[in-house]
Design a binder for this molecule. Structure first.
Ligand SMILES: [Cu+2]
Length: 261
């Protein structure tokens, strides 16, 4: 029994690995700012690696070279102004080198002026509502039927057989490639968080407050996300799907929506 359980768990983890082409590290995303964010992340990562090598290098060399068995004697000095200046100045310089480009990117992230379109995103327990401010389009976006059926206890459906299980919705958000899209976030009940890795956006949707973010997608495709703020029992069942399409396809989508209404 236990052996079978372990084997099936192992099988699941291997199947998961094979299925989703996961990779370590942050993705580069599909916007200029997501790439900048990735580059900042890598810069800090390499600083950490360099500092780690220097600190552990000095420590390990000291441990080996100055062992008691080799006759090492403890130093007796208690203070060194030069050493203190050096170990204060170096971190300060490193922090400045990190903070300047970070501040530049953060300013850009906040600059949602002159958007081509705006979408109001409202969190609900447990779905998202999207309202395109420049047209009459508004809709709820809920967990896709296939996932709803498979997630039920004893549904008899194998979740692994469901494509994009818990990551698919009935009505995705559609946006044109190349347009500056401003997003306004709020909530109807509790705090949710709209998180789409490919756009490098994670913003809280808070009742009574409007948060803001923006993106300009450089590539078409389907980008998935999830609610990232524990918001109740179905927190894991309110995914996000953003479809970035060519401007012509977007215009056609808008027209088809207008025809429906
Ligand atoms: Cu939520």
């Amino acid at each position: 029994m236990i052996r079978n359980t372990i084997l099936s768990l192992l099988g699941l983890s291997l199947a998961g690995t094979a299925k989703a082409d996961w990779a370590l590290n942050m993705p580069k995303g599909i916007t200029d700012l997501s790439l900048e964010t990735y580059n900042l992340h890598m810069m800090v990562f390499w600083w950490c690696v360099a500092i780690g090598i220097v600190v552990f290098g000095v420590m390990i060399i000291s441990l080996i070279k100055h062992r008691k068995s080799k006759g090492a004697e403890s130093a007796t000095f208690s203070h060194s102004t030069t050493a203190e200046i050096i170990w204060t100045a170096i971190p300060v310089i490193i922090l400045i080198l990190i903070s300047v480009p970070t501040a530049e990117t953060m300013v850009k992230l906040e600059d949602s002026r002159n958007p081509d379109m705006s979408i109001v995103i409202t969190g609900y327990q447990w779905k998202w509502h999207y309202k395109y401010q420049d047209s009459d389009i508004e809709f709820f976006s809920s967990l896709a039927r296939s996932s709803v059926e498979a997630r039920r206890k004893e549904s008899g459906v194998d979740p692994f057989s469901v494509e994009n299980y818990l990551l698919d919705v009935d009505n995705p958000v559609v946006v044109p490639r190349g347009a500056k899209v401003r997003l306004l976030f709020t909530s109807n009940d509790v705090i949710h968080s709209w998180w789409v890795v490919g756009l490098a956006i994670k913003k809280d949707a808070i009742p009574g407050i409007v948060n803001e973010a923006w993106f300009r997608a450089n590539e078409t495709g389907t980008y998935r996300g999830q609610c990232a703020e524990l918001c109740g029992k179905d927190h894991g069942y309110m995914p996000i799907v953003v479809e970035v399409v060519e401007p012509e396809a977007y215009a056609a989508w808008v027209n088809s929506h207008d025809a429906e209404q």
